[in-house]
Every structure is written in C-alpha cells, then in structure tokens.
Unconditional design. Structure first.
Ligand code: SF4
Length: 327
C-alpha cells in the first residue's frame, strides 16, 4: 500500500496542511505505514488494522520525514500546527521523541500529537512526548468490556494498563492535554457508561474534554453516530472545559489557497471524504477539488461510494483486511 503513495506523491510522510476542527491549518506527519496500530477500533475511518502491534520501532525513516518537513517549510507553506497523526498510532514509532525535538528546530509552530494513548504506560513513550505542546489522547470506554468492544486492543493492552498510562502522563506532562472521548451509539452512549467516564476523567484531569462521535463512515465495523442532542446532554455531565466537536464551521472553509492532486490524494488516504470535505480540509475552491478528484478517478487512484445520499471518495487501494499480526 505505501508503494502506491511512493509512485503518486512526492511527499510520503507529510500531508496537508488540512483544516482541522481543533488545530486550524494542520500540517500532518505520518510516522507509521498504513494501518499500523495498537487498536482496531470499530469506528476507524481507515478500515481494519492490518498490523496490530505494540512493537515500537523506526517504521519509516526519520531522516526522510524530517527532510519532507523541511521542504514544506522552505516552500513557505502556511500552517498553524505540526500534527503527528495519520495512518495509525504515531507513538509506535521509536523515533517520535527525536522527531519532535528536530521539528522544533525547523519551525516555531506548536507541535500536537494525536494518539490513542494506549502506550502511555511505557515511561519511554511518556518521555518521548514530553516536548510536545499539545497531546490529544483518546478514551472511548469506561470498562474492560466496552474498551474491548470499541477499541479491540492488542492483547498486551488491558483497560487498566491504558488508564494507568493516561494518569501517569498527566502527572508528568506540563503542557496541554485535550482528552478526546468518542461515543458509539448503542455501545457507549448510555448514561451509566458516561457517568463512569466522568469519574475516570476526574482522575486524569485533562485540560479539556472533547466529546465526539462517529463523524465519517467507518471503512469496516458497525459503529453508528450518537445523535447531537444526546452528545450535548452528555457534555453537560462532564462539566466545565468540555466541548462537543462539531464539523468545521462554514466560515473556516473559505478557500485560502491552492492544492495539487497529490495533496487531495494524501488527505483522502487518511480518511474518506466528500467533495465538500476535500475543499474544506485543504482550503481550496470546490471547483479545484472537483478537478483534482476527476483526475484521480480517471487515473484509477480513487473510488466512490454513496453514504446517506453523499458521494464519498476513498483510495482504490483500501481493502479491509482481517490479517492482524502481533509481534
Ligand atoms: S481510530 Fe485511531 S486508534 Fe483506532 S484503529 Fe484507527 S488509527 Fe488506530
């Protein structure tokens, strides 16, 4: 799968900037190959995890990632954050700490890490994230049973171990922690589950809680979104510093630049998008997004499916797989 990216994109590891609900114009960094993760969440937009692992190693060459970042910066790319996220779990990359320190030398923009938080019980991972400005870990469940159902973790990660890591990280990390809680209809959307989550959040003490639900179609799995009114009601249970993550407001999607067809492909490779999503994420006019999508369809690099009457674009290469492997 990465081979396709090598043939079509001049950038393999750095994508965007994309407009993000939380981080403005976010320059994405992908430190692991498509879909290398410690979890196999039922709501994952990328499809089934093909390498489920807890093994930390240099999955992609760090020098190449830093070189691409340097290229983006010297091309005067406008962005608000450098964000580690993408095709899997970034803390699996053993060089993430070094990446953050080196990126800091290349740019004065803040650095955010979007992580599932599953490896924070490992002191080396906590140490690696110490230099980040914002860490956005996930907590999607309040018990071993709902954790298994929603996140389908690697066997080495118990709910207790994951939670212990989140609490330890908070006690050491001096910068901002925004805890993302994604609720799935019919599994974690009950008052008792949310009550239990509230108790746990009080122990973790994040700077912010960001409540969300399934916003894009999962490529595999039965996850359904929680209705907005219910999310608002649950948000009130968490109290202050809690927000419901909504779609990017219309005014933020005003075109702010241009993009290449490779930029469009890089975004679609990280999550399924409608034409509006593509234009909004990249800050380009709808006509420009349409032109690039038509080319990518013609080149057999994208395919489509219809969800609730909206045409969604996904890379042609993505095929859900059950071939999870363990170290
Ligand atoms: S949603 Fe994130 S943590 Fe869950 S399987 Fe997908 S990439 Fe991994």
């Amino acid at each position: 799968m990465p081979q396709l990216r090598e043939k079509t994109n001049s950038f393999h590891y750095v994508f965007g900037p994309v407009l993000s609900r939380r981080l403005g114009r976010s320059l994405g960094i992908d430190l692991v190959p498509f879909k290398t993760c410690t979890y196999d969440c039922i709501y994952c937009q990328l499809g089934r995890t093909t390498l489920k692992t807890v093994l930390r190693k240099e999955y992609v060459p760090l020098e190449a990632v830093l070189h691409e970042l340097h290229q983006k910066i010297t091309a005067n790319t406008v962005f608000d954050y450098i964000t580690l996220a993408g095709s899997g779990e970034p803390t699996l990359h053993s060089g993430i700490g070094r990446f953050i320190r080196e990126a800091r030398k290349l740019s004065d923009k803040p650095i955010a890490v979007i992580t599932n938080g599953s490896l924070l019980w490992d002191a080396a991972v906590r140490n690696d994230l110490a230099a980040a400005d914002v860490v956005i870990p996930s907590l999607d469940a309040a018990s071993e049973s709902t954790f298994s159902q929603v996140n389908r973790p690697h066997d080495a990660i118990s709910f207790a171990r994951m939670l212990e890591g989140l609490i330890a990280f908070r006690s050491e990390f001096p910068n901002r922690i925004w805890l993302e809680i994604l609720l799935v209809d019919g599994i974690t959307s009950t008052e008792s589950e949310v009550n239990a989550l509230v108790q746990i959040v009080q122990k973790i003490k994040p700077d912010r809680v960001q409540l969300t639900t399934v916003t894009r179609p999962p490529a595999a799995g039965p996850a359904r979104p929680v209705p907005r009114e219910l999310l608002d009601r649950f948000a009130a249970m968490f109290g202050e510093n809690t927000e419901v993550l909504a779609a990017i407001p219309k005014h933020e999607t005003t075109p702010v630049g241009t993009a290449s067809k490779d930029d469009v492909l890089a975004v679609v490779q990280r999550h399924p998008c409608s034409l509006d999503d593509i234009a909004g994420s990249l800050g380009i006019p709808l006509e420009e997004a349409t032109r690039h999508v038509e080319t990518l369809l013609h080149d057999c690099l994208l395919t489509t499916y219809v969800l609730d009457g909206v045409v969604m674009f996904v890379p042609l290469r993505r095929e859900p797989s059950d071939n999870t492997t363990k170290p």
